[in-house]
Design a protein around this ligand. Structure first.
Ligand code: SF4
Length: 185
């Protein structure tokens, strides 16, 4: 990992720094690495309970999730978040994750821990719920390409006009996506 800023930014309880994306050294997008002063290992199953669509297998020591297009990995003492555009965005996201951890710590007794969790929605699940006319009105050449774009959070389902004409199917897919951690499907 190459640092873009030798100055680690310190906050009460944690610090963070941005790093260049290894495979794209000239990109103006960065990853952030957040180091926590205290281990949150015992909190991981409680945190996993609150992250829709995350992957967590107890014992692996990591929660993986997608958060508004960022790939997030939560380890006992570190959080990594991909694809940031600025230090301010990194600061905001680190602050939000630290706050979330503090909330889970404070309310742990009322949370049922999760020891295994995998996202249940696949590209094929999305495809299955589309009208599949292959009309191209969404701008994709195939419904499969559209489903893959939705899965990667690059396309919203409202971009499929035939789906909008079928409110029940639309609602079903919308609800499935929301249940799997998509903010604005
Ligand atoms: S608009 Fe909908 S039905 Fe038409 S190709 Fe795109 S995804 Fe398929």
């Amino acid at each position: 990992m190459s640092y873009i800023d030798q100055n680690v930014i310190r906050k009460p309880g944690y610090s963070f720094y941005l790093v260049n994306i290894d495979c794209m050294p000239t990109s103006d997008h960065f990853n952030v690495v957040m180091d926590m002063e205290e281990s949150i290992e015992e909190l991981l199953p409680y945190l996993a309970a609150g992250f829709l669509g995350c992957t967590y297998i107890h014992g692996t020591g990591v929660i993986n999730l997608m958060d508004a297009g960022h790939i997030v990995a939560i380890y006992p003492r570190q959080i990594t978040i991909t694809d940031l555009r600025s230090i301010e965005e990194g600061e905001r996201l680190c602050g939000e994750y630290f706050q979330k951890i503090a909330e889970v710590k404070a309310t742990k007794e009322s949370i049922r821990p999760v020891f295994e969790k995998r996202p249940s929605l696949t590209v094929l699940d999305i495809l299955r719920r589309l009208p599949k006319t292959g009309c191209g009105l969404c701008g994709c050449t195939t419904c499969m390409a559209f489903a893959a774009g939705v899965f990667r959070r690059e396309i919203v389902i409202a971009s499929c006009p035939p789906l909008a004409l079928e409110p029940e199917k639309y609602r079903d897919l919308f609800n499935q996506l929301r249940a799997n951690g998509y903010d604005a499907p």
